[in-house]
Each structure stands twice: as C-alpha cells, then as structure tokens.
Design a protein around this ligand. Sequence first.
Ligand code: BGC
Length: 921
Amino acid sequence: MPTRSRPTAAGATAIAACAVVLAFVGSTARAQDLRVTDLRVEHATNPLGIGDRAPRLSWTLESAQRGTMQGAYEIRVAADAASLAGKPLWDTGRVASDSSVLRPYAGPALASGRRYAWQVRVWDATGRASAWSAPAWWEMGLLAPTDWRARWITPELPRDTTRTMPSAMLRRGFTIDGRVVSARAYVTSHGLYEMQLNGRRVGDRLFTPGWTSYRKRLQYQVYDVTELLKPGPNAVGVTLGDGWYRGWLAFERNRNTYGTDVALLAQIVVRYADGREQVIATDDQWKAATGPIVASDIYMGERYDARLERAGWSSAGYDDHDWRGVRAGGGADSTIVAEEGPAVRRIQELRPVKVYRTPNGETVADLGQNMVGWVRLRVRGPAGTTIKLRHAEVLDRDGNVYTANLRAAKATVEYVLKGGAEEVYEPHFTFQGFRYVAVEGYPSEMGPDAITGIVIHSDMRPTGTFATSDTMLNKLQHNIVWGQKGNFLDVPTDTPARDERLGWTGDAQAFSTTAAFNFDVAGFFTKWLGDAAADQLPNGAFPDVIPDVLSRGGPTFNAATGWADAGVIVPWNVYQAYGDARLLARQYPSMQRWIEYMRRQAGDDLIWTGGHHYGDWLAFATTNADYPGATTDKDLLATAFFAHSTDLLARSAAALGKTDDARTYRDLFDRIRAAFVREYVTAEGRMSSNTQTAYAIALRFDLLPEALRPRAAQRLADDVKSFGHLTTGFLGTPHLTHVLAATGHTDLAYMLLERQRYPSWLYPITRGATTMWERWDGIKPDGSFQDVGMNSFNHYAYGAIGDWMYRAVAGLDQDAAMPAYKHSLIHPQPGGGLTHAEASLATVYGKLASSWTVDAGGLTMDVTVPPNTTSTVRVPGAQLERVTESGVPVARAPGVTGARQDGADVVVEVGSGTYHFKRSS
Ligand code: BGC
C-alpha cells in the first residue's frame, strides 16, 4: 500500500512527462515497430465460459521505439475469425484513447454459449497505425439458469454422513448420430467432480468446481469436448468426491459444512454440421456405483483399492445393469456462476533428491522442497499389497518424519495394488503439504522412480522475478514464491497442511501486494472477493475466513481488525496492480458496509474498543521475565485499521468518480486520525503501545500529524536498534521496512532483511526452510519445535516482505494515481551488503524491469518501461552532471526528459523503452 501524500504530485509529473515524451516520439516512430499482442478477455487468454455480458478486452503494445504511447485503438468482434474484416458484429471504429486495458465490449448482446473472435489495431501518439493483431476469441458461458437443461442428480448409494464414504461414480450412455462441429460440457457439482468421456479425462482442471461460498455462489466449468466424442455409442462418467462441500473441514470434527449429499449438474451440448443440437444432461437415466476410491478427503488423504476398478466404466458398451439409480431434483438456479479465476492444475513435477531410511526405520523420499499436491506412485507387485504414504513438512531433531503439527489431518494415502503390470497411481480429491513422504509396504526396494511429487496450484501466470547478489535473499524470494504456490489453491489459504487450509483474511491482506508481484492474481482475487462480498454478514462484518465456514452467521469469527479489512484492502490492492475499476465498483458497497460497521462499533469518539481480534498475531515473544514480547494493544490496532480502510474507501470512491463519498470518507478519515492521535499518541510522538508494529502502522497509514512523524520514526528506529531485530507479527510485518526506509532508516531496513539469526526472515532458511513459516521460530534455535497446536511450515503471511524487496530493493514501484503501472516509479534503494538487485514484472502493459549494480566505477541501472506507460526514474545518490544514459549525459539523452537534481538523487522522466543509466563515482 502506498503512503498517502504522494500520488497527486507524481501523477501530475507523469502527465507532463508524457507530453514531452510524445513530442519526442513524433519524429522517430516507425509503423512497423508497432504491434499488438497478448490479447486478453477479462483476465485470461482465449477463455471459455465468460459469464459477464460485457466482457472487457485488453492487449499489449510492442514497439522498438522509445516513448511509444497509444493514441487510438480499434476493436472488432465477429462470429468467427473469417468474418472479422467483412462482417463484424461490432467495430468500435477509431477511438482516441490511450487505454489498452479492460475496454468493455459494447456491441450487440452476446449469446449464451457462443464463441466470438476479436482483434485490435492501434495508432501510436503520432498517428501511425499498427497492423491488425492476430485474432483471438472468447466464448460465452450459460448466461441464464434457463440455459441449463440438466437437473441435479444424487446417487442412490448407501449413506453414512458421519464418515468419508467411497466416491460415487455416475455414468450414462448416449449416441452421436452425425458430424459434430462442436461439443461443450457444462459441469458443476456438490462436492468435487472429475469427468471422463469415452474413457478419457475431460480437461485438466483439478478440484472442480472450486471452492466458493457454495450456498450463494457455485461455479461451473466449461470444456471443449468436441475431440472426445465419436460417431455411434458414447458414454460419460463422473466421479464425485466429498471436497470442501461435505468432507472434513475447519478443524477436527466438522464435516457436511454445505450439505450431506454429493450431486452433479452437467450437460453436454453437441452441435452437428446439419445444424441440429443435442443435449446430454444429467437426468434420472444416469446410473451410480462406487469403485476404487474407497475414501478421499482433503485433510485425511485417500484410500484407493485398484482391485475395485471398473474397467471401461466411462466408455460405451460397459454393462451397468447392477448399478444403482440416481435421484433427480431441480435444475440450475441463480447461485450458479461462471468462473472468474484460473483453474487449479498440475503445474510441475519434483523428483526426490534422496530416498533413505530414517533412524526409526521408515523409508522416506525427500522431494527437496516443501510442496503442495500429491505423489505419483509407480509400483509393481502382488494384488492386495497395500502401500501407505504419509506426508510431512519437516523432520524432527532425530531425522524422523514429523506429523504432529498436522493436527487432525491424517494426510495419508493408501494404495492397494491390483497386481500384474506396473501400476501408476495419483490420488483424486485430496492434496497435501509436504516435503517428505514416508512409504510403507512398498513390495520391493524402492528406487527414486517410484515417487514423483506433483505440484498443483491455481494456474496463475508467473509475472515477477527478483534476484540479488545475495544468495540468502534469493532463497527468501524462492520461499515466498513457494509459499504462494502452496497456498493459492483456488482460495488463498493460511496453510496447506494441517486440518485448517482456510481462506484467512488477515493473511491474505498482508500478502496481497507481494502476491501480485509474483503471479497474475487478478482473476484469483476477483473470484475470492466475490465470496467476501457474498459472505459479508448483514451487519457489515466480514468473516475471518472466506469462504466463511467458521462464523456461520454467528457472533464470532468475524469482524477482526486487520482480518476483516481484507474486504477493503485486497480490492484496493488488486485495483492498484491491474487497474480493474469494475472490480472495485463491484466490491464498493461491501467495502462501505464494513466501514459503517466499524463506525458503529467506534461510536461518537471514533475509537473502536473491544471486539474479538487476533491483533498483531504471532509477534515476537520471549520468556524473559521482564519482557514478554512485543504486544500491541488491540484497541489501538482496531482504530488504526478503521482509519486505514476508511482512507482506502475514500480513495476508491475518488477513483470511481463518487465525489460525495470521497469527501465524506476523507473527512471521516481525518476525524479518526485526530481521534487516534488524541487517544494513543503523546505530544512527543510516543505511542501508548511502544512497539515496532504500532509505529510502523501509524506511520504507514499516515495517522500522525506532520510534526510528530519524525519523532515517531525515530522511536521506531530506536526500538529496532535496541532489539537488533524485528518484533512484529502479521499486522506490522508488511509495513516495517517500508516505514524505516521511507523515514531515512534504509540501513535498519536492510539490517532486518539480511539478519540471519532468530527472529528474522532469513533465520528459517538457516534451518533448511524451503517455504515461509507461520512463526518466526517454527523450529527454535535449539532445534525444538514450536507449539504443536499451531506450527505450519508453509504460511505466506511473513512473505509480505516480498513487496518491499520488489518496490524498494529492486525499485519497481507504483504511482497510486495511475494504477496498473500506467505510470511507474523506479526508485531502487541500494543498501546492506548488496552489490546487485534486479526485478521484473509483467504488468498489464508489458514488461517493467529494474536492475542495478554497484561497483568501484559507480552505479549502473538498467530500466525497461512497457509501451503505453511512463515512468519516473530515480538514480540514487547521484549528481546530475555525473549521470549518463547509454553514454549520453542524462540531460541530453534521447527519450529522457525532466532530468533534475532532487536532494541526493537524480530524477528523470521516461516513456517506454530500455535505458541504461550510469552514475560515475
Ligand atoms: C491461521 C492464521 C490465521 C489465524 C487467525 C490461524 O489458525 O493459521 O494464519 O490468520 O488463525 O489468527
């Protein structure tokens, strides 16, 4: 989150700079340099199943010329690519605009289930045109409940709601009697589903239909199944798992959260060359049975008995006379929604780095990385042999696998061999967080080929890279990325391993900006925020976890400060990263309701006291008799977050053109700020909680009057110096280094970043961590484990430091007034022991990158700015006359304008292109 004061000034500078850059461009741009690529619809490439009736279109410009800006664009849309030129359904004509992101479709109404082709061309600011882009497409989903002809079906199988039952298999035969031009499957379920057609798996999506607030929003998926059909008899088969719907969820003893019965709603729509349409839908003709998946549960694992496989069950000709029937119920209703986020998929495979025997005699495969997913097992042996796989994140001090921290999650997979040829198995409706796999019962000496780690997560486009001259920091970046991979599995979870795996809001708000550097999380968070709004309580409180499986509408597990604020902070951060104003507008009413909730709690004095809060969760604690740890008063935090969320709401209102609201909430923010200072800050700038978190938050949220800022900043610096380390928890950590660096203490920020002893970000790495830990001391300096009740080794919250690494260490920052990096701020802050840092980010406009190296000759900076954007670049610690760009004095360098001395730095304005700055010493 940016600090409050700067944006307007920076925005104005950017616009001025832009004008200068454009003037420069006019003389040199060549049309053939200008290309349009990377066409996206909403946040995806060529998506199937768009639910929005006015989908938004984005594209990227490519240009070899510096300073390229878009002056105009033209979009055309047609029924197919061949008709784009001759018979478009919609042609915008030439639209004078520099906007290339999220342009809403505004042509004739789009039809349910139809595919549309589209392309774009642009003119640069000097009026030269690009060629038309290569055509891209999107396909509409089912836009109305009446487009569904399917009915919900529930297998009529033995039922015991107190335990995990065998996964149901559902099947139906049908006939294809003509030449098929296209076929689509539209599918959703209560529980998880996996579909097969004619013996082949449909699509590569996992954990479908995903996890949403099922009673209010249930997603369906769309698959192109044209190639899976064949003339004559066909069959479709679907397996249903318990999943989040009715499996164990939210600690031990809770199941059937959304219902007791699994069910399926699916229809395959076949279009023939002769114009006929055939729909194979779920109805009372389907048959049901159970098979090899004896039990499958997210927390507990899976038991698969290959002897119970039903060969050919999803192909035509299978004899299902002994199968049971299904109960057919109602059809689709308005809770069924199209997908907005990326699918969960298999993303990569890991081979064991070692297979060995532990001191207590277990055979263990070490995958070398704490990962999330499952094991693919290869084995040959006699029928009935049972292999047991137990998953663990860490080893104990003796080198044995340690699973006590998984609490009630059994995280155990059992495979019973059918015998004969080599068997290859992967589990279905379960995932585990693990690095080590203990294998029992393997029928022969187990080689490394027996085990492959299958890494799964939401298939987000990787967008960020970060590297430095310090290998420990590079490992930290690695661990942050893996923390994100492991916990962005459809929902942003706290941990992927123990009996929790919930969408904790506090963790998500802390990590959301870092997340948006590493991966494209626009669609991922759009989906999750839909559930945040859906699960908001009538009184305006956001639940502590989303989807809400804890508060169940009751008085607890909601409205926690710094947690519920995710409902405001995350939409704002997503808007900042991707410029999605429609998302911000969609969330706005829920954001406003949360502010009004806090306003009511706070009452006339605007100080929110009481309530149920986690506070600065897991802050530094000691057993020292005179100093129990860094405890920040929860009341102080509650009013601070009340102020901050109000500030973000005021900014959101301004961004959306709601000027009255902007004024109202700006005024409210000013008054909360005054109340906060009155209540919690002395005239000398000392805060009632004299903690790093209190100072960091008050300064970052701009809660202190100008006169008190330096004093408070000094107290923060003094506190950091006196401890020699951080003391912050979940709420303070994201802000600490930002505030230190912004208040003249970059040296202390680097000290914290580079520190290797406990507590620090690097300490876990000295203990072999390959992901972020939940606690600063998950494994204590003496080698013992922290509290078994809460000790996850894959928790991303402290990975929030990544935001500072990208923005300050490497220097890729944003101008809040021009979101999505339309105007970026490149201002690296070299420090600590680093001689080099670099980062890149695939923004919605293209690649933005910053790299710096310090050596005896001085400092060099390489900067890349994407077309259609501008950037203010700050060369740190430099004199104007000693800075060159590609060998030319910076004041005269082509495409570089506004060069000026600003204190100890040199600042310039640039448009798109790559630049090489050198500051000689
Ligand atoms: C989770 C946290 C979460 C917290 C609430 C824990 O059990 O793992 O990450 O934010 O509860 O304080």
